[in-house]
Design a protein around this ligand. Structure first.
Ligand code: PLP
Length: 384
């Protein structure tokens, strides 16, 4: 019998805890670096914690179940996961990525992957046709949807058709939606990336990253890489992510409800010029988002009338911290131009619409009236 999603958030696919006879409900933290062998050539299945650790294995089992993958690997951060993933490629390989990506991914590709001989075409996957950029060296397509921070929606099914036709690995960073709202394997992805720091952990207190795959061959290669590069998630942090995931459905629902209320408020504010949220009916991306996800999430971006107003809001909110990151219980206000996307070349940043009037909100689970009051007072106290 297969469990439903919210049950899987507690147990994964199977309720197979190693209780060691204690009856403990919370999965134990196996704070050990190494394991005793019963005899020569005999292993308990655990040899050394860089390779395997029961707590990490449990969080990997849960994340694999949530995405519907055959395997998930837990890394010390989202970037550690993406850096390990890039080791699948060789000098001369070519990848197609979206222009609007998490700033850290852009930095990794530009400064590390390119140095290692991998080349990239950066295109707007929500508008351009991926097929036009494929060369004989193209090995993969890497996207996020909705994109960070401009909330462009990319048609996962359409890209997967092209990727299948040309034998490309199709990688989707699913951090913004989490598997609660969007499950890219059902739409044709081969590898799913998560910054577990965000919605999966969900409490703004732990860094983590995941690579999930539905292909045995990829799983084998990634298992070799995690033990070789050594960036696996620690036992304690694995436990914190396990605990965070237990409430994923509740947090996602509440945060989305709050985000929708804030979008309604922002749309009526005269000093707000544009709101980017895929759940606005009639907006670009609304129909595609509806067809491939069961919700619109709790990330939103908005443009205010001036740079001065943007700066004023950032220093005037009293409840909402001005901080990077997203997907946690606390609502956070981010300034992509100087924070998440500071390392992106200015021309690229502006071309992607990330101007100095753009603010990003990761909506949390506070009372929605308190959040709206805070944004209102920050805007109304501005003297232009
Ligand atoms: C935060 C983030 C990452 C990087 O994850 P870390 O855990 O911060 O290393 C990658 N992709 C997206 C979409 C993110 O939001």
């Amino acid at each position: 019998m297969e469990y439903e999603f919210s049950t899987k958030c507690l147990y994964g696919d199977k309720k197979g805890y190693n209780f060691e006879g204690t009856g403990a409900i919370s999965f134990p933290i196996y704070q050990t670096a190494t394991y005793a062998h019963p005899g020569v050539g005999v292993s308990t299945g655990f040899d050394y914690s860089r390779l395997q650790n029961p707590t990490r294995q449990q969080v990997e089992q849960v994340v694999a179940a949530l995405e519907g993958g055959v395997d998930a690997l837990a890394f010390s951060s989202g970037m550690a996961a993406i850096a390990a993933l890039m080791e699948l490629f060789q000098p001369g390989d070519h990848l197609i990525t979206d222009t609007d990506l998490y700033g850290g991914s852009i930095r990794l590709f530009r400064n590390v992957s390119e140095k290692n001989g991998i080349t990239f075409s950066r295109i707007d996957c929500s508008a351009d046709d991926v097929e036009n950029y494929i060369t004989e060296n193209t090995k993969a397509v890497f996207i996020e949807t909705p994109t960070n921070p401009m909330m462009n929606v990319i048609d996962i099914r359409r890209i997967s058709e092209t990727a299948k036709k040309y034998g490309l690995l199709f990688i989707v960073d699913n951090t913004f939606m989490s598997p609660y709202f969007q499950r890219p394997f059902e739409l044709g992805a081969d590898v799913i990336v998560h910054s577990g720091t965000k919605f999966l952990g969900g409490h703004n207190d732990t860094l983590a990253g995941f690579l999930v795959t539905n292909r045995e061959d990829i799983s084998e290669r990634l298992r070799f890489l995690i033990k070789t590069v050594g960036s696996g998630l620690s036992p304690f942090d694995s436990w914190l992510i396990l605990r965070g995931i237990k409430t994923l459905p509740l947090r996602m629902e509440k945060a989305q409800e709050n985000a929708k209320a804030i979008v309604d408020f922002l749309l009526r504010e005269p000093r707000v010029k544009k709101v980017y949220y895929p759940g606005i009916p009639g907006s670009r991306g609304y129909e595609i988002c509806k067809s491939q996800a069961s919700g619109f999430g709790s990330m939103l971006t908005f443009e205010v009338e001036s740079r001065e107003l943007a700066h004023h809001i950032l220093k005037s909110t009293k409840l909402i911290p001005f901080a990077e990151s997203l997907g946690g219980t606390e609502t956070l206000l981010t300034y992509p131009a100087t924070q998440t996307h500071a390392d992106v070349p200015e021309d690229v940043r502006i071309e992607n619409g990330i101007t100095d009037k753009i603010l990003r909100l990761s909506v949390g689970i506070e009372d929605k009236g308190d959040l709206i009051d805070d944004l209102r007072q920050a805007m109304e106290s501005f003297q232009s």
